[in-house]
Design a protein around this ligand. Structure first.
Ligand SMILES: *[C@@H]1O[C@H](CO)[C@@H](O)[C@H](O)[C@H]1NC(C)=O
Ligand SMILES: *[C@@H]1O[C@H](CO)[C@@H](O)[C@H](O)[C@H]1NC(C)=O
Length: 397
């Protein structure tokens, strides 16, 4: 069809271009519109959920190699890499969980945790606080002069020994013949707060005391620690603070936030991250609710209840309880990134590039490369603490 533009301009009653366009659009079958809408929403969902199924398909579901960052002159790192095949391998996410958000949501909604039952020990801190230690021992009783390695697991923010990822970790390490103890944060794991002291992301004193206590009880067992998320931040900060002055012989930090200030900015940036912010806030408020009687005496309960972000919660609760001037001061002083250079025991760090909570922007590449005790393993995918693998998603990488 050719349109005589001059004729159109002289005689507008023939048809305006918009009328013509409208008539043309009406001629398109409605089903085509439907497919277009479907395709657009699928494309939107694909990018919003950061799905990487097509990438997965391209690698023939073999996933991506694990990236290792370490000081090449470090003998320790070299022998670790040589002996540890999993670090030289690839991580391939469960195909139907090809998205950091699906991975992380699946972990918190379903978890698929293995059956784990703990033996509880209550540890009393000097200030009167109670810490619940949940033991999962390889043989039924850990004996005093046992040389079986013990690994202390430090859970993330508001998580405890019943969280799915903690159970996965504990179960697998116990299956490999180690004794495992989950060191629940104060006020978690079903115990009440028995003093006015709360834990926070930079509170290393409890971990220090727990390590000394366990070493005292089992002096011949090599002691290790694994921290996850906020627990990893606490662990790395502790290692940097105490340098060689620790009973730990090795440690691992999984999905550490590294820099709390950067993570705070990150989690407030995009709509997808704001959902996590909201979920984490609800978790914190749930924790606060458990200890309302103490909290409402020490801080402003009304504001805690009304907080709609982690930052607001930290401003009204954590900052006040930890006696920090501002929230940012709390974040800056509590970040483990300031302590990475002083870590003096072998430390394996694992982070996922697509972690939707602890952003990869905060990973201290340079500091890890300089410190001969640290080996940093990063995966392209895995979400926050999820790392599901296999078609059935029954195990974590
Ligand atoms: C790695 O393997 C070698 C030889 O197999 C062994 O001598 C060395 O102790 C191992 N290193 C570590 C860190 O396990
Ligand atoms: C490796 O460690 C040594 C000794 O600590 C240091 O001098 C060197 O700069 C480090 N290498 C890199 C690439 O940072």
């Amino acid at each position: 069809m050719t349109i005589d533009c001059e004729a159109l301009a002289e005689n507008p009653s023939v048809a305006s271009p918009y009328d013509l366009l409208f008539q043309a659009l009406v001629l398109i079958p409605i089903s085509h519109y439907f497919f277009l809408a479907l395709f657009t929403s699928l494309a939107f969902l694909y990018s919003f959920l950061e799905i990487h199924f097509l990438h997965h398909l391209r690698t023939l579901f073999r996933g991506d190699p694990v990236t290792l960052t370490y000081n090449s002159s470090s003998n320790l790192c070299q022998s670790l890499v040589a002996n540890c095949t999993i670090l030289r391998g690839r991580y391939s996410a469960t195909p139907w969980l090809s998205s950091p958000h699906l991975q992380t949501a699946f972990l918190s909604l379903f978890g698929r945790a293995p059956p784990v039952s703990y033996r509880r020990e209550l540890f009393l801190a000097l200030d009167g606080g109670t810490i619940a230690l949940d033991w999962l021992t390889y043989s039924d009783a850990a004996v005093k002069h046992d040389k079986t390695p013990i690994v202390i697991v430090i859970p993330g923010l508001t998580s405890d020994s019943s969280s799915a990822y903690v159970k996965h970790l504990a179960f697998n390490m116990a299956k490999n013949g180690w004794n495992v103890v989950v060191s629940n944060h104060r006020g978690l794991g079903g115990v009440s707060l028995t003093s006015d002291c709360f834990y926070n992301a930079g509170w290393t004193e409890d971990l220090r005391k727990i390590i000394d206590h366990i070493h005292c009880e089992y002096p011949e067992a090599p002691l290790f620690a694994v921290g996850t998320s906020i627990g990893a931040n606490i662990l790395v900060k502790y290692l940097g603070e105490d340098k060689t002055n620790t009973h730990l012989v090795g440690a691992a930090a999984i999905c550490s936030p590294w820099d709390l200030l950067m993570c705070d900015r990150f989690i407030n940036r995009r709509p997808a991250q704001k959902i996590y912010d909201r979920v984490l806030t609800l978790g914190l408020q749930g924790y606060a609710q458990l200890h309302k009687s103490i909290l409402s005496r020490l801080a402003d309960w009304e504001h805690i209840e009304k907080s709609s972000s982690v930052r607001e919660f930290d401003n009204h609760a954590t900052r006040v309880l930890g006696k920090f001037e501002t929230v940012d001061t709390f974040y800056r002083r509590s970040s483990s990134i300031n302590h990475v250079e002083h870590v003096s025991v072998p430390l394996l760090c694992i982070s996922a590039f697509d972690d939707p909570v602890c952003t990869s922007e905060a990973i201290p590449w340079d500091e890890c490369r300089v410190n001969e005790n640290i080996i940093l393993a990063t995966t392209q995918h895995g979400g926050h603490l999820a790392f599901y693998e296999g078609v059935t998603a029954s195990s974590l990488w």
